[in-house]
Design a protein around this ligand. Structure first.
Ligand SMILES: [Zn+2]
Ligand SMILES: [Zn+2]
Length: 260
C-alpha cells in the first residue's frame, strides 16, 4: 500500500503540473479532455493489470536472487542497476519497432495524434506485460532491489511525462538533453516523417541514442500519429493490435542526422 502511494503521488503531482502548464502555453486541440481521459483510462487499466500480475513478481524476485551484493556495495550496486534498467528500456523500445508483432502493441502508443503529458500513459497492456516478463531474468541476475526498481520506475514515469508533453523547453532543451530524453528529442520519435523513423529511443538517459547512433534533431514542423489508426475510444486502443488494417510502421536504421 505504501509502495503504491510512493508510485502514484509524484506521478500524479507531475501530471497535474504539466497538464496545467500545457493549458497555459499550448493551444489546446479540440477534445483535449476526452483525449486525456482516454489515455489516462488506459494507464489506469494497465496499472491495475500489472499490479495484480507481474508487478509483484518484479519486486519479489530480487529477494530470491543469490547474487545480492554485500551491504558495503549497496549504493554502487543500486546505481549500476539503475543505469542497466535504462539500457534495457532502450533495447526493449528498439525491439518494439523492429519486430512486427511487438510493433502491433507499440503502435497504440504511436497512434496518438495530439501528443501531450497523458501520452506517457498510452501503452497497450500487452507491451507492458511482455516487457516486464522479459525483464525478470535481468532483475534476478542483478538482484535489483525493490527500492532501486521503485526509484527507476518513478524517474522513468516523470521523465516520460516531460518528454511526451507538448511544452517546449526552448533553449533549455539542449541542457536537459545532455542528460535526459527531452520533448524536442521524443517528438521526433513520434514523427510521421519517414526520415525521422528509427531515432530517439531513449527513455530516461539520452546517452543511449548517442552511443548507438540513433540520436536525431530537427528544426522543421513535426506531425504525430499513424495512418489508419483509430484511437478514438478506449475500446479501439485495446483492440488496435488485432486490427489488420493498421499497417506496421517500417523500421529504419536511419543513422543520426544531426549531432551536437
Ligand atoms: Zn516508439
Ligand atoms: Zn513516446
Amino acid at each position: 500500500m505504501e509502495e503504491t502511494f510512493y508510485r502514484l503521488a509524484p506521478a500524479s503531482l507531475w501530471l497535474a503540473i504539466l497538464w496545467l502548464a500545457e493549458s497555459f502555453v499550448v493551444v489546446s486541440p479540440p477534445g483535449r479532455w476526452q483525449h486525456g481521459l482516454r489515455n489516462l483510462g488506459l494507464a489506469g487499466i494497465n496499472g491495475l493489470f500489472l499490479f495484480f500480475t507481474l508487478g509483484g513478481v518484479s519486486v519479489w524476485i530480487a529477494s530470491v536472487s543469490p547474487f545480492a551484493p554485500a551491504s558495503a556495495w549497496a549504493i554502487p550496486h543500486a546505481v549500476v542497476c539503475f543505469v542497466v534498467l535504462d539500457l534495457f528500456s532502450y533495447g526493449w523500445h528498439r525491439l518494439n519497432h523492429a519486430v512486427p508483432m511487438l510493433w502491433r502493441l507499440h503502435s497504440v502508443h504511436h497512434s496518438d495524434e495530439h501528443m501531450d503529458v497523458t501520452t506517457a500513459g498510452r501503452f497497450h497492456a500487452g507491451e507492458l506485460a511482455v516487457g516486464a516478463l522479459l525483464r525478470l531474468p535481468l532483475l534476478y541476475c542483478m538482484a535489483v532491489s525493490a527500492t532501486t526498481l521503485l526509484a527507476y520506475e518513478t524517474v522513468l514515469v516523470l521523465v516520460s511525462m516531460l518528454h511526451h508533453s507538448s511544452i517546449s523547453l526552448g533553449r533549455w532543451d539542449r541542457s536537459f538533453r545532455m542528460l535526459i530524453s527531452t520533448p524536442a528529442m521524443h517528438s521526433i520519435h513520434h514523427s510521421r516523417n519517414p526520415s525521422h523513423f528509427g531515432s530517439n529511443f531513449s527513455s530516461v538517459f539520452s546517452v543511449w541514442d548517442r552511443i548507438f547512433a540513433t540520436f536525431q534533431l530537427t528544426n522543421g514542423p513535426i506531425s504525430h500519429g499513424l495512418e489508419n489508426a483509430d484511437g478514438k475510444s478506449l475500446r479501439s486502443l485495446i483492440t488496435m493490435p488485432l486490427n489488420q488494417t493498421t499497417p506496421p510502421r517500417p523500421t529504419s536504421n536511419t543513422p543520426a542526422k544531426s549531432r551536437e
